[in-house]
Design a protein around this ligand. Structure first.
Ligand code: TEU
Ligand code: CA
Length: 562
């Protein structure tokens, strides 16, 4: 398999707003990241991915950009950015930025121009449509953030498309000039020396011609239908990415990761295949979408380990040698992984380590989301009004109209799947506001900061933090972690997730207990053991264990070289 730095590295994702505040305004900033470089160095991560730090009215925390070449005032200045990049590079850490070009802010000068008149040279930078024959919205698609994807612009009497909030109008990728603007801007950042991009909802940029309505029977209580099939992996998406690759990406030694909801492994090969000249890797969503009920993520249902295995096994085997996976359970849009896939009470530490063992031994590049490395958990705010995320707040508004959920039910869903679970401030120490800010944080700190925090973790040799540090260091010593071939065993087991990894003469056996009960491991006959060398575990392991059969403790994880 071809070796690449972005396959061997571990990415650490920083949500700047919630990382570290240096000036007491309650909002994390770039100087805060600079200040914490020694911490990142101690952890040993290779690549930092920053969520958007560009000028933005912050309707969607920076995913609504009003100037792609300026830094958000609250976060600092371009000088701060240059210093951050220089200092990270001095430490041998690379930096990738968020590229949000499916849409801009409605306050971006392009959109301001575009909406000014039907004759504006920028009109065609966005997607405008006349009202339907009945004088209504042009089609029945629902926005990601509730309500219609269309917003009427009084001045010209047309509607503009916004898959996300109405302050995030979709750019019109059919327009060559738009594409060129994006490529110029990307060059500008690469010339500054950044090391890549994470591309926001990049597989939504090409929409099906005519933007057809979904059929009436798809329409739900809110009056809209999910239009995904008309904008996910659209007709020209691969052409656009290949063009971007030829004109921009291929000119630099950088990495790219596409955020691609609604993809299959076959799509994954198209986006990341070596000879496709598109992206290096993608984030797929199948595993994090497990257990969605009647109202999607808001009505979570239990799911089985075998369902997770099925999904992950498919991605592991189908991309083997043909593409590349991104490995993650949490990010700024997802709940905390210990809360969703592990256990955030009695076995918090054990399950955090077990999940880490898993993500760092699959085929692909592991991503660590800030706070994951100390086992941060979901936040269980008592009241919906404590949340800041517009996805949650819009849904709240919607259910008051439709009555499809009670507030209590929504709150329960938010506790499990709300995006703000990931966005409460990083817990640095046990002082007020978790040492995140000297002021009042923009969103409340998780009250469990008094016990779960970085200072505590750094004092405890047995902490989740040091386990991550070890896994990250091991990746440099053991090419088998990044390049070894994954093969699932015990596929029907409902508690144990086990697999072998193989690279040349090296063979590892990874055994993970995903449950809060003891579980009996029985080695299948076709797994041949030549030696039993324990590489890593999250509990003390007694010397005389037999790999043929033994009992795993709750959330126990072991890696053996066999
Ligand atoms: O997210 C896109 C996306 O489709 C989801 O992760 C979405 O936020 C979630 O499914 C809603 O349930 C990206 C960004 O990561 C997210 O933070 C932005 O809000 C969104 O795009 C718009 O830019
Ligand atoms: Ca600040």
């Amino acid at each position: 398999m071809e070796r690449k730095w972005w396959k061997e590295g571990v990415v650490y994702q920083i949500y700047p707003r919630s990382f570290y505040d240096t000036n007491g305004d309650g909002i994390g900033d770039l100087r805060g990241i600079i200040k914490k470089i020694p911490y990142l160095k101690e952890l040993g991560v290779d690549i930092i991915w920053l969520n958007p730090i560009y000028a933005s009215p912050n309707d969607d925390n920076g995913y609504d950009i009003s100037d792609y070449r300026a830094i958000l005032n609250e976060f600092g200045t371009m000088k701060d950015f240059d210093e951050l990049l220089r200092k990270l590079h001095q430490e041998g850490i690379k930096l990738i930025m968020d590229l949000v070009v499916n849409h801009s802010s409605d306050e971006h000068p392009w959109f301001v121009e575009s909406r000014s008149s039907k004759e504006s040279p920028y009109r065609d930078y966005y997607v405008w449509r006349a009202p339907s024959e009945k004088g209504n919205v042009p089609n029945n698609w629902r926005s990601f953030f509730s309500g219609s994807v269309w917003e009427l612009d009084e001045k010209t009497g047309d509607y503009y498309l916004h898959l996300f909030s109405k302050k995030q109008p979709d750019l019109n990728w059919e327009n060559e000039k738009v594409r060129q603007e994006v490529y110029d801007m990307m060059h500008w950042w690469f010339e500054k020396g950044i090391d890549g991009f994470r591309m926001d909802v990049i597989n939504f940029i090409s929409k099906v011609d005519g933007l057809p309505s979904m059929s009436e029977d798809q329409v739900e209580a809110d009056g809209y239908a999910w239009g995904g099939e008309y904008f996910t992996n659209g007709p020209r998406v691969h052409e656009f990415l290949q063009e971007m690759n030829t004109k921009v990406l291929s000119k630099y030694d950088i990495m790219t990761v596409g955020e691609t909801g609604g993809v299959t492994p076959e799509d994954g090969v198209l986006f990341t295949g070596k000879n496709r000249n598109e992206l290096n890797m993608i984030f797929q969503f199948e595993h994090v979408s497990l257990g969605q009920g009647r109202e999607g993520k808001w009505t979570p249902e239990p799911f089985k380990l075998t369902e997770l295995k099925k999904i992950m096994d498919k991605w592991q085997t189908q991309l083997h040698g043909r593409g590349w996976n991104s490995l993650y359970f949490n990010n700024h849009d997802q709940p905390r992984q210990v809360s969703k896939f592990g256990n955030d009470s009695v076995y918090r530490k054990e399950s955090a380590k077990m999940l880490a063992t898993y993500l760092h031994t699959l085929e692909g590049t592991p991503y660590v989301y800030q706070g994951e490395e100390i086992g941060m958990t979901n936040v269980y705010f008592k009241d919906l009004s404590q949340y800041k995320d517009l996805e949650i707040l819009n849904k709240w508004e919607e259910i008051q109209r439709t009555g499809t959920l009670t507030e209590e039910e929504l709150l329960k869903g938010v506790h499990i799947n709300g995006r703000d679970n990931a966005r409460t401030p990083m817990q640095w120490d046990a002082s007020r506001h978790a040492g995140f800010t000297a002021g009042k944080p923009w969103i409340e700190v998780n009250p469990n900061y008094t016990t779960i925090n970085v200072e505590e973790a750094l004092k405890d040799q047995d902490s989740v933090f040091y386990y991550y540090k070890r896994l990250i260091a091991m990746r440099k010593e053991h090419p088998i972690m990044a390049y070894g071939r994954y093969k699932l065993i015990l596929e029907d087991h409902e508690a144990i997730y086990a697999y072998t990894k193989t690279l040349d003469k090296d063979r590892w056996l990874v055994i993970l207990n995903f449950s809060d009960q003891e579980a009996l491991f029985e080695k299948p006959e076709d797994v041949q053991i030549n030696k039993e060398e324990l590489i890593l575990s999250n509990y003390e392991v007694s010397q005389d264990v037999s790999l043929n059969q033994f009992v795993l403790k709750p959330y126990e994880a072991r890696i053996y070289a066999i």
